[in-house]
Design a protein around this ligand. Structure first.
Ligand code: NDP
Length: 322
């Protein structure tokens, strides 16, 4: 495993990490969750990502249960939660968003579900237009000072809102966001590469990037249709199928153009797509998702490909997805 600093913070995360979205509590039950976390940890993965909203808290409960069972030393891994969407269907106004009340209550609930004394990383899952940024920054600062959260960050916030959070934090001597959690993959790049470009040096932000395979699309598994049991065939995720596969047909063409490049390198398309994310030095960690143990084991192999992605190969990849 390779380890990277989370921006300019002192925290070092494994370049490949592992998250629970869609899978934990839905496609993945207790026994497989245990195998996935054990395999990840055995391979040097030190960051497990979660959120209050993933299967309405069930993903956190399952992860907490398995982490307790596996008895990894608490100082050998990091675990996160994210607040905003709530952990129930049709949440009341106090059960969602980034108010001081919900940020603090959601943190306490995540600590209970995950069975840990602190969250290593805690994210504001989306910006909240109904809460002043200063209120959210102050709530996060409180949690850091209480020792319940070590590093706080944002997820899919516009750059200008992140800048505002830093301004408020600096003016009030409060803890500022350390990391962003944006989508980043070969088909979705603008925010990380352009919008956030000024943030890395100025504020020392790191990134924990999500959907490196665009929900599996970049593995090539959807090239001939939607396999039964795949993510895009899951009941309740029709919206994701529309967003990933149907909204823009050119995405599938780009994926198909990547196939010969992967073949020439002697790797799978999934490994190529994951390794490509790691070429960007502003990516602190690439969060993997997996519904099967073989997927995780296979995707961890992407790290070995990194040295082969020289300027020539990158140019071919850029041409394929242009
Ligand atoms: P990916 O884009 O890598 O998608 C993972 C899915 O792709 C797997 O569950 C599996 O789905 C399929 N897959 C994985 N590997 C392979 C393979 N080798 N061959 C074929 N299919 C494969 O990542 P995620 O979208 O899961 O994102 C990673 C993590 O990021 C999440 O778990 C979550 O923690 C976080 N996240 C954060 C968000 C945010 O808003 N902050 C949003 C989304 C995710 P299947 O087998 O079911 O087809």
């Amino acid at each position: 495993m390779q380890y990277r600093r989370l921006g300019k913070s002192g925290l070092q995360l494994s370049a490949l990490s592992f998250g629970a979205w869609v899978t934990f509590g839905k496609q993945v039950g207790r026994s497989l969750a245990r195998n996935l976390l054990a395999t990840a940890h055995d391979n040097g993965v030190n960051f497990f990502d979660n959120a209050e909203t993933y299967n309405n808290g069930v993903a956190e409960t399952l992860m907490g249960d398995v982490l307790a069972d596996l008895r990894f030393p608490r100082d050998s891994y990091c675990v996160s939660s994210k607040v905003y969407f709530g952990a129930v269907d049709n949440p009341l106004p106090t059960q969602r968003g980034l108010s001081r009340k919900h940020v603090i209550e959601a943190c306490n609930q995540a600590l209970q579900r995950l069975r840990v004394g602190h969250l290593d990383l805690y994210f504001c899952h989306r910006p909240d237009p109904d809460t002043p940024i200063a209120e959210t920054v102050a709530a996060m600062d409180t949690l850091v000072r209480q020792g319940k959260v070590l590093y706080w960050g944002t997820s899919e916030w516009p750059a200008e809102a992140i800048v505002e959070a830093h301004r408020v934090a600096k003016e009030n001597h409060m803890y500022a966001p350390v990391m962003e959690q944006p989508q980043y993959n070969l088909l979705h790049r603008e925010r990380v590469e352009q919008e956030y470009a000024p943030l890395y040096d100025t504020y020392g932000m790191g990134t924990t990037i999500w959907s490196p395979l665009a929900s599996g699309l970049l593995s090539g598994k959807y090239n001939q249709g939607v396999p039964a049991e795949s993510r895009l065939a899951q009941p309740g995720y029709e919206w994701l199928k529309e967003a990933v596969l149907e909204h823009d047909a050119s995405r599938l063409d780009k994926v198909k153009r990547l196939a010969p490049i992967a073949a020439e390198l002697g790797v799978s398309m999934a490994q190529l797509a994951i390794a490509w994310c790691l070429v960007n030095p502003h990516v602190s960690t690439v969060m993997l998702g997996a519904s099967k143990l073989e997927q995780l084991e296979h995707n961890l192999g992407a790290l070995a490909l990194l040295p082969k992605l020289d300027a020539d190969v990158i140019r071919h990849i850029e041409q394929a997805v242009a």
